[in-house]
Unconditional design. Structure first.
Length: 195
């Protein structure tokens, strides 16, 4: 990988760390702390939150009719997501040990904690659980796919891609046939950056 690309990726990683730092500062601002993966608000704050719950009747009355009519379509995506979750877990359990690829920890991607917010009614909580799960499974699947790609085809694309996964930094340059043949085994086994 070129020095400039390494430099840019390091800047990108530094920005990610800064974003996480800023997110963590919100714990003090909104009076909560995380203990054993659970969010705990101060008692007084929980009381204030409960006073802001929008009753389901009012929530539905205020909702746009098209939002209500399209909700079943959104929720129908849950079944393919559950199936993908199952298949990905079986896939990496069976295949990753064979390829010597570190398994992806699903819990690093599927984070569902918004349902503990006292200012949400039960419909909002269910929607938050769904979104946390669905987006988590998408992130989880991307990481499983990225590690698989690093093993089987660690070559950068020639054409611009809208986005790329975090394993891409290890990939070999497009068109570098000699580098591919010399480095493929090293690249496909290089997961030393994973914690």
């Amino acid at each position: 990988m070129s020095y400039r690309l390494e430099e840019l990726l390091e800047k990108f990683n530094e920005l990610e760390r800064e974003i996480l730092f800023e997110i963590n500062k919100k714990e003090d601002e909104f009076f909560y702390e995380i203990k054993k993966k659970r969010v705990h608000f101060e008692k007084e704050i929980k009381t204030q939150h409960r006073a802001l719950v929008k009753k389901v009747r009012t929530y539905l009355k205020d909702a746009a009719i098209l939002n209500i009519l399209t909700a079943p379509f959104i929720w129908s995506c849950l079944f393919p997501a559950l199936f993908m979750d199952l298949i990905l877990n079986v896939y990496q359990t069976v295949c990753f040990p064979v390829y010597n690829i570190p398994k992806v920890r699903r819990s690093d991607y599927v984070v569902m904690d918004r349902q503990y917010l006292s200012y949400l009614n039960w419909i909002e909580r269910m929607n938050c659980i769904y979104c946390g799960y669905f987006n988590g499974i998408i992130g989880f699947s991307r990481e499983v796919a990225a590690r698989t790609e690093q093993y089987w085809c660690p070559i950068k694309h020639a054409r611009r891609n809208r986005t790329f996964h975090n394993r891409h930094k290890n990939f070999l340059d497009y068109g570098d046939a000699q580098g591919y043949r010399q480095k493929i085994e090293k690249v496909r086994r290089n997961f030393s950056d994973l914690k």
